[in-house]
Design a protein around this ligand. Structure first.
Ligand code: KG4
Ligand code: ZN
Length: 349
């Protein structure tokens, strides 16, 4: 019988809880703080902590209620312990530990990025999508905090092939949007602007690290290229060109990501791709990744948009169920601590 898990994630600016049975989501409740952070141009840790504390009990109760589950039915409780904001992670961990002790349930710790990697396999309550695991995969994790190419060898077995040496792709999109006068999060704004000019690459910004020979990324130089271009423009010119600037910047980020993914496909011989993380919402990136997979005779799995638009606990629950199945539970729950810079490798078995 598939494990019944209550999962909690408070890694950044969403307070999330979910109940899953194996890969099937019985409930997923998310309380987003995006509007609270918007005016500050990014996530403010102290505001995030307070908001998590105010909402977490309600979010957990709702998840249990919607799933129509009593706590004695649960097999385990899963919680994200990193990477993320330390004071935000602590809130979820503290509640998970308390509930595990109170209800006498095993506790499972999950890496947030591991959740994103598994997110294409999250199913609705009816079991869709019905895709099965067919390892190995090449995973692209692309979010506000991460840009990583991962060799996903088997369940819970990861190898990092490449990662960003400075800004993450989503962070670069957010910073570019801010430079163009928009708020957080910037990715969706750039996407909308780029669509209005058919994703034209008018300015052909540099493709960073293309010749580096490895599978790493770097996006901070690209940001500087945009800054110089914008500085030379009058306000009027900038307004006229804004969609082209947004589109060219997005294109430089995505073309770099696609090229590096292709290099990884050639080097590993793995043509089946998984894409996870907030930036994977982008339709243009999805089209590019689908074309790349097709070119090499492979396919690409994305998460259902429902489990992608926001960080969620359903993906954490799915990993939690697999870990619980393998008996990978925390022995001394009191000792579970947050690891803000937790690497996927540390979670590999
Ligand atoms: O995974 P996520 O919700 O949080 C992190 O763990 O970072 O990702 C957030 C990132 C932000 O940088 C945001 O600008 C980006 O995902 N993002 C997008 C889109 N929607 C969100 N980037 C490009 N196009 C989008 N439609
Ligand atoms: Zn995330």
């Amino acid at each position: 019988m598939e494990k019944l898990i209550l999962a909690i994630d408070t890694s950044c600016d969403e307070t999330a809880a979910a109940v899953v049975q194996g890969r099937k989501v019985r409930s997923s409740v998310i309380y987003s703080q995006i509007l609270m952070h918007k005016e500050w141009g990014g996530v403010v840790p102290s505001i995030a902590k307070r908001a998590h504390e105010e909402r977490i009990d309600w979010v957990i109760q709702e998840a249990m209620k919607k799933a129509v589950v009593q706590h004695d039915q649960l097999d385990a409780i899963a919680v994200t312990y990193g990477p993320g904001l330390a004071i935000a992670l602590e809130v979820g961990i503290r509640h998970a530990v308390e509930l595990a002790q109170k209800w006498g349930k095993p506790l499972v710790s999950v890496n947030h990025m591991e959740g994103h990697l598994y997110s294409p396999f999250v199913q609705n309550s009816k079991g869709n999508p019905s895709r099965t695991f067919d390892f190995p995969y090449l995973g692209l994790l692309i979010s506000g905090g991460h840009t990583e190419l991962v060799l996903f060898k088997d369940h819970l077995q990861y190898e990092i092939l490449g990662e960003t040496v400075d800004d993450a792709a989503g962070e670069a999109l957010d910073k570019a949007a801010r430079m163009l006068g928009f708020g957080y999060p910037g990715g969706p704004v750039l996407e909308r602007l780029a669509v209005t000019v058919d994703n034209t690459d008018k300015y052909v910004f540099p493709r960073p690290m293309m010749k580096s020979g490895d599978l790493n990324f770097s996006f901070s130089g690209l940001k500087t290229a945009l800054l110089y271009k914008v500085r030379k423009m009058s306000d009027e010119e900038k307004q006229q060109e804004i969609a082209y600037l947004a589109s060219s910047f997005q294109e430089a980020v995505f073309k770099t990501v696609v090229k590096k993914t292709e290099k990884a496909m050639v080097e590993t011989g793995i043509h089946h791709l998984l894409v996870g993380g907030g930036v994977a919402v982008n339709k243009h990136l999805r089209t590019m990744m689908r074309a790349l997979a097709k070119k090499h005779g492979g396919y690409v799995h994305f998460p259902a948009l429902k489990y992608l638009n926001y960080d969620n606990a359903a993906m954490i629950g799915v990993v939690g169920a697999i870990r619980a199945e393998k008996g990978l539970c925390i022995e001394n729950t009191e000792k579970l601590d947050r690891v803000p810079r937790l690497s996927l490798l540390q979670s590999s078995i």
